[in-house]
Design a binder for this molecule. Structure first.
Ligand code: OOG
Ligand code: MG
Length: 257
């Protein structure tokens, strides 16, 4: 795909996000749109944000749970890029203004203590983390009806819209099987386990490291990594308060306006 076409597609996604308007998925008119091209569009999209003053701060894994794969009807983990403007503080207000059809999902996040590259074992992955936290991700696909194929969603930075991290704490010994729950106004709406994230959120971190290496990239000290949702995502409603818990870690919350 030509550099002009990569730029054109990134521009369409950027404009859709800015106007809060959905667009047709690329694979509808171009079935040949490939994963390598999609990651180039993603890079281009984020480089536009950086040129306008945003900053890259880490990575997000997507479609790491069976629940998410079934919900989105796609079947392979993918990654996207986290930036400073996507980040909210726990307890903050999330505005739905200018979002299209935002959903929220419970996640586990890591903050890297050291660089990480390629396939490593669980002990090395754990040792490379400064800490972990309960997190929630707000996803808002720029495509009509939140429907896409893998290259579409990769180009759209994996539907990234916003994320919130709870307080960072040492990794619990039993993180791999930690119970997870998301509540809206105090009522549970999703229940799962960290094991729903590729069997162990640290395995998701390793998978990210492997996928990045394949593209000549790696994880760096200080990077934030969202390991992926443990459950299906839930539609956001203004006026509610959403909270997520991961056993062994402090909770995280958002108010929706
Ligand atoms: C794609 C992003 C998936 C996750 O945690 O699985 C994702 C989507 O569902 O729109 O962020
Ligand atoms: Mg996610």
């Amino acid at each position: 795909m030509s550099p002009e076409e990569i730029r054109r597609r990134a521009g369409m996604l950027e404009e859709a996000a800015r106007q809060g308007r959905e667009i047709e998925r690329f694979t509808a008119s171009d079935p040949a749109f490939s994963m390598p091209d999609a990651y180039l569009v993603q890079e281009e999209l984020v480089s536009h944000a950086v040129a306008s003053g945003d900053k890259r701060i880490g990575w997000k894994m997507g479609l790491t749970s069976r629940a998410k794969m079934q919900q989105m009807k796609v079947n392979q983990p993918i990654y996207g890029i986290l930036t400073e403007r996507q980040r909210l503080q726990s307890g903050d207000e999330l505005s739905l203004k200018s979002r299209i059809h935002a959903k929220i999902e419970p996640e586990v996040a890591f903050v890297m203590k050291s660089d990480l590259s390629g396939r490593v074992d669980l002990a090395a992955a754990r040792a490379a983390c400064a800490g972990a936290c309960a997190a929630m991700e707000v996803i808002d696909s720029r495509y009509r009806n939140f429907e896409f194929q893998l290259p579409d969603v990769v180009a759209d930075n994996c539907s990234a819209s916003a994320f919130v991290l709870g307080p960072i704490a040492p990794l619990p010994q039993a993180l791999a099987t930690a119970a997870m729950e998301m509540r809206v106004d105090g009522s549970p709406v999703q229940k799962g386990s960290a094991a729903d994230i590729l069997g162990d959120p640290l395995l998701s971190l390793i998978e990210l490291s492997v996928m990045l290496e394949a593209r000549g990239l790696s994880l760096h000290a200080g990077d934030v990594v969202l390991a992926g949702a443990a459950t299906a995502a839930v539609m956001l409603k203004a006026g509610t308060r959403v909270e997520a818990t991961v056993a062994g870690l402090p909770p995280v919350s958002l108010r929706v306006s």
